[in-house]
Ligand binder design. Structure first.
Ligand code: C5P
Length: 241
């Protein structure tokens, strides 16, 4: 099956409960590729929320658990997640190659793919130094992200989450099959009030730079007509391909 531009949109269901999440999912299911279920919704509603969202329509599930634990625990959590039939699960690259390898092994053949989170965009140079990084490395975020992405790929991760800013370095240095997921996307026509995203890119530019999937929340959720916003974004994606 051919992947359409709208299939590259990942819409985060960053909501406190099932009722609100289902309402949004019902409206957008035919207009985005995947719904992202994150820690808030998963913690409040449990695994049944995955089943409920899957039952709404054709969109897939991106389970953003950001696992970070010893290899045995990560592997077992991944096995449980793959039984839910989700398309993607996130693991912190910092969990290390053994955890990623174990996760990739249990995911093999299940249809669930592993994504490594490299460096949270909320961390900056000063935080990395506080965390023990040498200042010259902390200074070079692209290098830190690339190192973690390369390690995760080598260990069997199918893809990574990175900002639009690091995409070029990733594409220039790692194999083209690596799936890239890019948040911080802002269409030129939309505005998000008191925006906290700093490393932003437009959908067209991110796709042109080699992004496979875009995480787009508020520009769709806060639009007067979310379906229309998703359609306009899909149009921009098709222009960038
Ligand atoms: O498009 P918007 O900024 O509303 O999207 C927010 C979503 O993107 C949240 O689910 C957040 O977890 C996710 N995200 C992010 N920045 C990152 C990684 C993920 O905002 N670096």
């Amino acid at each position: 099956m051919d992947i359409q531009p709208k299939d590259r949109i990942i819409f985060p269901l960053d909501l406190p409960g099932a009722k609100e999440a289902l309402r949004l999912a019902k409206g957008l299911s035919d207009h985005v590729g995947l719904f992202k279920i994150g820690l808030e919704l998963f913690t409040s509603e449990g695994p049944q929320i995955v089943k409920q969202i899957q039952a709404v329509g054709p969109a897939g599930i991106f389970l953003d658990l950001k696992l970070h634990d010893i290899p045995a625990t990560v592997t077992r959590a991944l096995r449980a997640a793959s039984r839910l039939g989700v398309d993607f699960v996130t693991i912190h690259a910092d969990a290390g190659p053994e955890a990623i390898r174990g996760a990739a092994e249990v995911a093999a053949g299940t249809g669930t793919r592993i994504l490594a989170v490299t460096v949270l965009t909320s961390l900056d140079k000063d935080t990395l130094i506080q965390l023990g990084y040498q200042p010259d490395l902390a200074e070079d975020m692209g290098k830190v992200v690339l190192r973690k992405a390369a390690m995760a790929r080598e260990a069997g991760a199918h893809g990574i989450v990175c900002s639009g800013r690091e995409l070029e370095t990733i594409r220039a240095n790692l194999d083209p099959e690596l799936i890239t997921i890019v948040p911080g996307i802002r269409p030129a026509w939309g505005s998000v009030s008191s925006d906290d995203q700093k490393r932003i890119a437009t959908p067209r530019d991110a796709i042109r730079a080699g992004a496979d999937y875009l995480v787009i929340g508020r520009p769709i959720r806060d639009a007067a007509d979310p379906v229309e916003a998703a359609e306009m974004i899909a149009q921009e994606i098709s222009e960038g391909l």
